[in-house]
Design a protein around this ligand. Structure first.
Ligand SMILES: Cc1ncc(COP(=O)(O)O)c(C=O)c1O
Length: 387
């Protein structure tokens, strides 16, 4: 239910039902982010709107690096748009190695296939840490073979930071140092970690990062963005364009020259993102990560109490999302559990791995420890009711 009321000063007062989204994004947002979308109509070609986009772009960069070295390129679209934008714009005739340890790594392979890129799929368990010595061996072997044949050397490695399929956190810092050793550009899909887990592009040796407006940055869905190392980005200038909409160099240079996006931006979503950025800066990413982890600990304690088992071991977990193995209890049914919780204001999500039946609980967004405690209480209530 949504109530609008005008206060004495002509401002809008909102009374919005607060749902707690425990799905892995779009995440729960603050009322101030929701309200930031209610603005006077504006043509996105106006300078005032260019200022909003410049603020958004510069501040998103500031979370992970300096604006001297890095730049944020905005697109209207869901998260996949920025991943597709990077893969289709930066790989020339070199080979890209894609680490696949979940649905989103697999999706990068699908994109590489569609664009006919030279790619190697490095498959890894969705629930165990990536074997980095094996990864390094593959790079060495490929480069050796490359000297003897017409295979192109590995120019890029693409990896998911937080694999939202299971909640595993990949060690991008160590992968970044392997990339440094072999002069490889690292691409990171940080869709569900950006602004939730501290990232330093310089220290981690990330050349391109993809994320979106509706996960840990806590804005609305509709903006996909790429944060690129400017020096690396310049080297992509003459790569033959593989699509019209998603070319990152074209999008970057057009904004630089015209102070506008090439195509219609989601105007109101950008105002919400501006507000979400302000709130993230106030909270700081470090403290936000602490808040998320606190919620996770409450969740894990509750799961232990209910004897519900986690799919990924605690050490490898992001603590932003937990995959839970479905209990073999008579009367248990995911849809019933979902509906029970949904009717009480909590949304949970089905699992995504094929090896086990699981469901997922994410603890990102504008949620607090007391929300997680309440959730556990209701979860307990559900399980008590069926046994
Ligand atoms: C790691 C990761 N990559 C990519 C995506 C795709 O984002 P979207 O569904 O917004 O296109 C998601 C979505 O959850 C994700 O978690």
């Amino acid at each position: 239910m949504l109530f609008f009321e005008y206060d004495l000063y002509g401002g809008i007062k909102l009374d919005i039902k607060r749902n707690i989204l425990l799905n892995p994004g779009p995440a729960t947002t603050s009322d101030t982010v929701k309200l930031a979308q209610v603005v006077p109509d504006i043509c996105p070609r106006e300078k005032d709107f260019g200022d909003v986009m410049e603020f958004v772009s510069e501040e998103l960069t500031n979370f992970v690096g300096s604006n001297d070295k890095y730049t944020t390129i905005l697109f209207g679209g869901s998260g996949t748009a920025s991943v597709e934008a990077i893969l289709s714009s930066v790989v020339d005739d070199g080979t890209i190695l894609i680490i696949n340890n979940g649905a989103y790594g697999k999706r990068m392979c699908e994109i590489a296939e569609i664009y006919n890129l030279n790619y190697i799929e490095f498959k890894s368990s969705p629930i165990k840490e990536i074997n980095l010595s094996e990864l390094e061996e593959i790079i060495k072997k490929h480069n050796l073979e490359n000297m003897r044949s017409d295979k192109t050397p590995i120019s890029h490695i693409a990896v998911i930071h937080h694999e939202t399929t299971t909640g595993i956190l990949n060690n991008i810092k160590l992968i970044g140092s392997i990339c440094e050793k072999y002069k490889i550009d690292m691409i990171v899909d940080a869709m569900s970690s950006f602004a939730g887990i501290p990232i330093n592009m310089d220290e981690m040796n990330i050349k391109y990062l993809a994320s979106s407006s509706n996960k840990c940055i806590q804005g609305m869905a509709g903006i996909s963005f790429v944060i690129a190392n400017k020096e690396s980005l310049e080297t992509t200038k003459n790569i033959k364009q593989r699509n019209l909409y998603l070319n990152i160099y074209k999008q970057y240079s057009y904004f630089k020259d015209n102070y506008q996006m090439r195509f219609t931006p989601p105007v109101q979503v950008l105002y919400a993102l501006k507000q979400a950025i302000t709130e993230a800066k106030e909270e700081t990413i470090e403290k936000r990560y602490e808040r998320y982890k606190e919620c996770c600990k409450i969740l894990w304690d509750g799961l232990d109490k209910l004897n519900l088992k986690k799919l990924v071991n605690e050490k490898a977990s992001s603590m932003l999302l937990t995959s839970i193995i479905e209990p073999k209890i008579e009367g248990y049914c995911f849809d019933d559990l979902h509906d029970y919780l949904y009717n009480k204001g909590f949304t949970i999500y089905p699992g995504k791995v094929s090896s086990e039946n699981t469901f997922r609980i994410a603890n990102i967004g504008q949620i607090y420890p007391e929300n997680m405690s309440k959730f556990i209480e209701i979860l307990e209530e559900y399980f008590t009711g069926i046994v």
